[in-house]
Write a protein that binds this ligand. Structure first.
Ligand code: CO
Length: 134
């Protein structure tokens, strides 16, 4: 069911500093920051030849990554995103296996303008999983 690894997301306390590290130290192609108020984050995408890295900084007081950064003050891997062909079929299959879909279970529009869902980390070896309809 899952296809390509779309991105690995890293929560960071300072987006500008993290973007500069990827640009200057790692020599990566770093795109401009995008505010995603619906998701409570500001995002910087880094394009790699085979996938992307998504740097996330909290946006607003109710940001879903705020607690994560309190536990991991220097930042850390927050989630991985796999592509699926049909997000509703993927959701229904996951639910039928007992896996927990976060939120209302209805896809939201993610940072790439495509529908996304998140799956409970306790069902996936302690890793928050995002699914994106490719
Ligand atoms: Co993501």
């Amino acid at each position: 069911m899952i296809g390509r690894l779309n991105h690995v997301a890293i929560a960071v306390p300072d987006l500008e500093a993290a973007a500069a590290t990827y640009r200057q130290v790692l020599g990566a192609n770093v795109l401009p920051p995008q505010a995603e108020p619906d998701h409570g984050v500001t995002v910087v995408f880094i394009e790699l030849p085979n996938t992307k890295i998504e740097l996330l900084e909290p946006l607003g007081e109710a940001s879903p990554i705020k607690a994560f950064l309190e536990k991991n003050p220097s930042g850390g891997i927050h989630h991985v995103c796999y592509e699926v062909d049909d997000i509703l079929a993927a959701r229904d299959h996951l639910k039928s296996t007992g896996a927990r879909v976060l939120g209302t279970g209805e896809p939201k529009i993610g940072a790439h303008g495509k529908p996304v869902l998140f799956l409970h980390p306790k069902d996936f070896n302690g890793t928050l999983v995002e699914l994106e309809q490719a």
